[in-house]
Design a protein around this ligand. Sequence first.
Ligand SMILES: CC(C)(COP(=O)(O)OP(=O)(O)OC[C@H]1O[C@@H](n2cnc3c(N)ncnc32)[C@H](O)[C@@H]1OP(=O)(O)O)[C@@H](O)C(=O)NCCC(=O)NCCS
Length: 201
Amino acid sequence: MQPFSLSSPLVLLDELAASDTDRVFDYCQDTIFERYLTVPWPYERAHAEGFILEYVPDGWLSDREYTWALRDPAGPGLLGVIGLRLTGESVAADASVHRVGSIGFWLGAPHRGRGLIPEAQRLVADWAFAQAIIDDLHWECLLGNVASARAAWKSGFRYTGVAPSVAAYRDKSYPDSWHGHLAAGDDRSPQPGWPAAALAR
Ligand SMILES: CC(C)(COP(=O)(O)OP(=O)(O)OC[C@H]1O[C@@H](n2cnc3c(N)ncnc32)[C@H](O)[C@@H]1OP(=O)(O)O)[C@@H](O)C(=O)NCCC(=O)NCCS
């Protein structure tokens, strides 16, 4: 698939460009990324270049992972990144086969606290469900990443429990993580059943 844009009055999701390299490099110096994300660490400029020039375009071309730049519709600067990885198929209780995607996201530190991720997740989920690219969207974060959990909770994900991460971390381990999912047709209001620890501010 070719990269394309999604937008609302609050966020613009479009193609990452070589001109975003400095911002990706700067934002990824945040030590919270070392703790909670799978990005390489220490994060070097070559990692930002490889991400933008190779990893992201390869994901679009192979239909393996669709990654967008998250911007303010009023300005071209990069605020963060959101991606949908197509992770495979699962068999539902009624024996139907569901195509599953996994959502991942981050914001540069100055751009947090504005509700940008729930909005961006809504745009990506609406598009992927409407195009029947996936039936089910999976979310996970490492235990303790309350900001990520609150963003998923606010977006309507249902909590499914603690289990090893699906994605391998940089040390090749699969640490215990909070998991949730959103199905096509689910309403997007915050759902009950989340543990207090995942939502504790
Ligand atoms: C996850 C992330 C994208 C969320 O960004 P955001 O939607 O702007 O959300 P905020 O940063 O405002 O945080 C979301 C909520 O968690 C709360 N929160 C933020 N940091 C927190 C912390 N350290 N402890 C407890 N609560 C926290 C905020 O108060 C907010 O709650 P509210 O909206 O009800 O007031 C952002 O925090 C981030 O980029 N983190 C680093 C990368 C990351 O962890 N990505 C997810 C990987 S699974």
